[in-house]
Design a binder for this molecule. Sequence first.
Ligand SMILES: *Cc1c(COP(=O)(O)O)cnc(C)c1O
Length: 387
Amino acid sequence: MPPSEFIPYGRQSIGDDDIAAVVEVLRSEFLTQGPTVPRFEAAVASSTDAKFGVAVNSATSALHLACLALGLGPGDSLWTSPNTFVASSNCGLYCGAEVDFVDIDPRTYNMSVMALEEKLIQAEQLGRLPKIVIPVHFAGQSCDMRGIRTLANRYGFRIIEDASHAIGGRYLGEPIGNCQYSDITVFSFHPVKLITTGEGGLLTTNDANIATILRRLRSHGITREPGEIVEKMEGGWSYQQIELGYNYRMTDMQAALGLSQLNRLDEFVLHRHARAERYDEWLAALPIQLPYQGADSYSALHLYPIVLKDTTRRRDVFDQMRKAGILVNVHYIPVYTQPYYRKLGFQAGLCPESERYYAGAITLPLYPALTGEQQRYVVEILKQALQ
Ligand SMILES: *Cc1c(COP(=O)(O)O)cnc(C)c1O
């Protein structure tokens, strides 16, 4: 039985509390640069066991500022996973750096530590080691952060975790975002992600100096802080721009929504797990590879990607599901195969595992309000399409 509405691959869950929280800010003195943003930052830092949180207007802005705060610039190089949204590597290009890609592990679809090590050995011989590596916690499952940290210690690169899919998840029992293995972690609050602020992002770090730089850069590189100013202040009106920053600020309405959503994050993740378990059971007999969950990770389960064993059927299965009102998607087209990246010189074949995964991948709908009936319909249509 087809549902009366389209079933998207992901969507927000907004409750009355969320609406009331935003309205409260709208009736207050400050719509932006008020008290709610710092409260949201403190709440995320506390829930992830990080020392500092810095909120911005998107994860894309967060990635850009993270790269700048770690000193990325022309002549440097940044590596990330090809199995991600373009923002994970565009941030390197914003800084004038070169970017390159490390192939994925065929089980987790996360950056492969083995592939990273091989690429580092070659890069060292060529004198072209990366300054920054950005592991992406794909679908909400943590990368092998211990392995990546070990390589960072040996080869001297910095680590930014792109945890856009992973707030509410854990690695080795500890919250993702605690930066135990990295310099900075980045979260996204786009409506398809785990919790939303409409648009929004947040960086966590344990380094006070990095947090100071991030706060300054998100607001034009301007400061009034006694410890940061570089000249004597003329008067009470004074502020000093000491570097070239941006307007990447989050509004207080967004932060209020984020604070309210954060209260329900654990519940959202539990709902996602219950729905993923249903899929695991109902899809077990089909000719597809189901998402693998490693023992080190408690995934936030942002996505439920399946891989068709017969990749020649992907397009047809995708089209049939879309036609039935199921707005399946594909995560991700390997970034370096985008036209813009091909113009930079990247060629197909660079990351074979990533391309193999992509060829058969389809993301099924998964979000907290997805009903059992809707899931049954998704499974029924998928079965028909695979016949
Ligand atoms: C969504 C996403 C981003 C960008 O997030 P925005 O908040 O939309 O800028 C970056 N990286 C990954 C892996 C994402 O999924």
